[in-house]
Write a protein that binds this ligand. Structure first.
Ligand code: ADP
Length: 564
């Protein structure tokens, strides 16, 4: 006989036994078998504890002739029983018996003692309300602890309007046993589900992508971040896929990455690896740089595959590139400044020697007491004047540079005729051009009314002329000045050393020079300042050149629209 039944009989020794044998009840051996079958089916059904236990309570009432049957469960670690099923006279799950602390009332006492309880004379039992029992016609009560592996997982109880005999008690004990196993299994599954859910929640909450793979390199699990970073709708799209072939098949430059060479996959058979700059491929065919950790997965000495974690380092890489760029720029700026200081001191000193010599010799001529040879004196002074002009221009360039850097270069514009301005400058420059042995070929078509800062526009032309003389190697200088498509166009062309195509943009930058420093002096500032001035006039400057075949610089500024 079932131990629960034995216990129950022990707790009901005396008059009760006699009563049990006197009356026939509605249930027979068939109903007991049917009850067991129905309970078995209900317990196998998926769903909540209520879904599982409610049909059991109903079957008990139906097959064992109970007035009502109820089932409470005791969740693991809890001390309060919770009503989960109720059938027969009472079907509600709320009310005063919905939650019964262990140790209280009959139900709580059954849970506490782990022993069944049978009352075959309910109206006279002090543990039952007499009036209620009489009104409901209740005669007997049987309560069973639901015991699984020595632990109480609930209590099942039935009230009946007739005394309960041992075959009924046996049937009750047996279904209580089955329900205990079912409830315990349900709790275990729930714990597993909760564990899995927690595991998934943890995996999904991390900002790092995680996926697992088996020994064949096929994905066994993946978290949400993994699917997101790789561009898949969800992790299920990755399960079963060969991860190397899917996300790591090629290097960043597109060349194939053979699986034999894949350190991520290889790490599953080794100690684990950290790769700080790999390239992974997304579903849409685009790639991204990733930092990756790959470790083997072991269970009790058996290698199952590997776990791979990765993060997208695009932003980090971009920040590093930006830092490197800024560092390079800073180093370049420092280098340019140092170069500039070296060149500037050299350039500023160069005119000083002829200036000093010229002045000293003029001084000597005047000190001799003899009337000075006028021609020689004039030529000496002309030399010193040229050096002063050169010095002035150098100092002006430096001033312009500092104004441009601080953004304080201002134009004083007024309507002026560019053609007349060009003619003036050329007239003034004839002597210098002759000294540089550069013949002049000028075609100036005017008038060309523009809104400009006259002095600065003169500097523009002077600069281009001085470069043509410097780099022109005694070649003719061709000047063209005319109107073209609503703009005044001025070009200065020489037949000198020319500029290679890769230098043609660069030379308009600050301190940028293309010619050899040893052969040609200069700050590398002239074209930079020139372009700033021309652009401030709404104009453009460009160069066409071939190395060794001269250079043509072309400046355009908008023509002033004349009324009429
Ligand atoms: P600098 O002449 O003082 O070096 P610029 O800014 O005027 O500075 O010119 C920048 C560079 O452009 C020069 O160093 C030279 O290499 C090149 N360049 C300018 N004009 C000419 C030209 N007419 N022919 C060849 N190279 C030129």
């Amino acid at each position: 006989m079932n131990p629960l039944v034995l216990g129950l009989l022990a707790s009901t020794l005396g008059g009760a036994t006699g009563v049990w044998l006197t009356r026939r009840r509605r249930s027979g051996p068939d109903s007991s078998a049917l009850l067991r079958a129905e309970v078995g089916a209900a317990l196998a059904r998926p769903g909540t504890l209520h879904d599982m236990l409610q049909p059991c309570a109903e079957a008990i009432v139906r097959h064992l002739g109970g007035a009502f049957a109820r089932i409470w469960v005791l969740p693991p670690g809890e001390q309060v029983l919770e009503l989960r099923a109720s059938a027969g006279r009472y079907t509600h799950l709320d009310g005063e018996h919905a939650r019964i602390p262990v140790g209280q009332l009959k139900i709580g006492l059954i849970a506490q003692s782990g022993m069944p309880l049978l009352i075959n004379d309910v109206p006279n039992d002090p543990r039952v309300q007499r009036k209620w029992a009489l009104r409901e016609g209740l005669v007997a009560f049987a309560g069973y602890p639901l015991l699984a592996e020595g632990r109480v997982v609930g209590v099942m109880a039935m009230f009946a309007r007739q005394k309960l005999k041992d075959d009924i008690l046996e049937a009750l004990a047996s279904v209580a046993d089955a329900m205990a196993q079912g409830t315990a299994r349900q709790y275990a599954e729930e714990r597993l589900r909760q564990g899995e859910e927690l595991f998934r929640l943890l995996l999904d909450s991390t900002g790092e992508a995680i996926y697992g793979m088996d020994l064949k390199g096929q994905c066994t699990f993946a978290n949400r971040t993994c699917a997101r970073l790789l561009g898949y709708p969800d992790a299920s799209a990755l399960i079963g896929r060969r991860m190397h072939e899917l996300i790591h098949h090629s290097y960043e430059d597109g060349t194939p990455y053979p699986r034999e060479a894949c350190p991520i996959y290889e790490a599953t058979s080794k100690e684990g690896i950290h790769l700080d700059n790999e390239w992974l491929w997304r579903a849409d065919g685009r790639g991204f740089p990733a930092e990756i950790w790959s470790y083997p997965l072991w269970r009790e000495g058996e290698r199952l595959g590997g776990v791979v974690t990765f993060v997208d380092i695009s932003e980090r890489r971009a920040a590093e590139a930006e830092r490197a760029r800024l560092l390079y720029e800073t180093q370049e700026a420092v280098r340019a400044r140092d170069d500039f200081l070296a060149i500037a001191s050299h350039e500023l000193r160069t005119p000083l020697t002829p200036l000093r010599l010229g002045l000293q010799s003029a001084q000597r001529m005047l000190q001799d007491g003899q009337p000075p040879p006028l021609e020689e004196l004039r030529s000496r002074l002309a030399v010193t004047n040229r050096q002063v002009v050169r010095l002035t221009r150098l100092v002006e360039s430096m001033l312009d540079l500092s104004r441009l850097t601080r953004g304080t270069l201002q134009l004083e514009t007024a309507p002026c005729d560019l053609a007349a301005l060009v003619n003036d400058v050329l007239e003034r420059s004839r002597e210098v051009l002759a000294q540089a042995e550069c013949s002049l070929d000028a075609q100036v078509e005017g008038p060309l009314p523009v809104l400009g800062d006259r002095l600065r526009l003169e500097h523009v032309l002077e600069n281009l002329l001085s470069n043509a003389m410097k780099y022109g190697a005694c070649s003719p200088v061709h000047i063209r000045c005319r109107a073209e498509q609503g703009r005044a166009l001025l070009s200065v062309e020489d037949e000198g050393i020319g500029i290679s195509p890769e230098d043609q943009q660069r030379i308009f930058g600050r301190f940028e020079r293309a010619a050899s420093v040893r052969h040609y002096g200069g700050f590398g500032l002239g074209l930079y300042i020139l372009r700033e001035i021309v652009e401030a006039h709404g104009g453009t400057v460009s160069v066409e050149s071939q190395p060794g075949q001269g250079a043509r610089f072309t400046v355009t500024v908008p023509l002033l629209e004349t009324p009429g």
